[in-house]
Design a protein around this ligand. Structure first.
Ligand code: TXA
Ligand code: MG
Length: 318
């Protein structure tokens, strides 16, 4: 029997018993548990095979709950929260002492966001506790944007995927931290830099340090298909290097006619970057299921969400 169901009451019961439910958000599906339950949180790490040094995002229902989670709200954080929540932005702020160390991997900061999905907002409003929810995929795998993706990963591990349909935005939230009271981007994501800068002015992007990344979502290899994946700006040239291989192609807006291409998925025929982001992970899931020898992906224009998509494609192909 499928574990996918729209039954919110069932999700409430499972979560209240300190078990896990996969929840829909506008970015990707999350693997959710009660932030105050040691059992639930340990189970999230175990189910995902996620290292304990990689902290979790706390999901809350309303801005009124923020002061329960964090101990300081810098002025620009308040401006960002007002402008973009509920939405695809996570803020990393000084934590309130009640937040368990296992959530933050021992850091003195906590990541928090209000997701913009009607089903999960209703769920969060009805629960007496916030939800910790990393993306609902095994560590390093492709994030899930449809209930079926989560079921494929975890049908033997969790009791329910709360069905909220396909995720509208399709890639993870943009993570913003604060250093010396100034905002800095830890992870590019579904909210573009251009939109952020329109509210708070210029913002820097944290350099990735492979040994000790601020956000392990910045690990060089991440979000990966199992099939060998190559990122390029020149599709015909890359295809010509693999004459005997079964090739799957992920292109931005153009169709390529090379013979060796077995399957081609176009992210957005109209060249719309939002649409490309929405379709990205589902396309990678599809290509990865076809037993291809290689997946060749086309680099997108480096503007708006193109930057975020290219960030994920780089990590998928590392
Ligand atoms: O869109 C999203 O953000 C999704 C949905 C489910 O909300 N969640 C998500 O969670 O992508 P996850 O766990 O896959 O990625 C969270 C990232 C990780 O790279 C983690 O290291 C970083 O957030 N993070 C969490 N707490 C942090 C902290 N205190 N300081 C720096 N980075 C933090
Ligand atoms: Mg993740």
């Amino acid at each position: 029997m499928s574990i996918i169901s729209k039954d919110i009451q069932k999700a409430i019961t499972i979560l209240t018993n300190n078990n896990l439910v996969a929840i829909p958000t506008e970015t990707v599906y999350g693997l959710a548990g009660n932030i105050f339950s040691k059992k639930a949180i340990k189970n999230i790490f175990k189910t995902k095979k996620r290292p304990l040094f990689n902290p979790l995002i706390v999901h809350i229902a309303s801005i009124d709950n923020l002061q329960d989670i964090v101990s300081e709200i810098p002025e620009k954080a308040a401006m960002l929260a007002k402008a973009f929540w509920p939405g695809s932005m996570t803020l990393v702020l000084k934590k309130n002492p009640i937040i368990p160390d296992i959530i933050t991997a021992g850091k003195d900061t906590v990541a928090v966001r209000i997701p913009n999905h009607p089903v999960t907002l209703e769920l969060l409003q009805k629960l007496p506790f916030p939800l910790a929810a990393p993306s609902a995929n095994p560590f390093n795998n492709i994030s899930p944007t449809k209930p079926e993706h989560v079921e494929g990963y975890f049908k033997n591990d969790i009791q329910q995927v709360l069905d909220g349909g396909a995720c509208k935005n399709g890639i993870e939230s943009t993570i913003i931290g604060f250093e010396n009271n100034e905002p800095i981007i830890y992870r590019l994501g579904a909210l573009s830099i251009e939109k952020i800068e329109a509210v708070i002015g210029k913002i820097a992007i944290k350099n990735t340090k492979e040994e000790n990344p601020e956000a392990p979502g910045m690990l060089h290899k991440h979000y990966s298909p199992l099939t060998k994946t190559i990122l390029t700006t020149n599709i015909p040239n890359e295809v010509s290097k693999h004459p005997t291989k079964k090739i799957g192609l992920l292109s931005f807006n153009t169709s390529y006619k090379e013979k060796a291409i077995v399957t081609e998925i176009i992210l957005s025929k109209l060249g719309n970057l939002e649409e490309a982001a929405t379709n990205l992970y589902d396309a990678l899931h599809q290509l990865d299921s076809l037993n291809l020898d290689v997946i060749i992906v086309e680099k997108l224009p480096e503007i708006g969400l193109g930057k975020s998509i290219n960030d994920r494609l780089k990590r998928a192909s590392f």
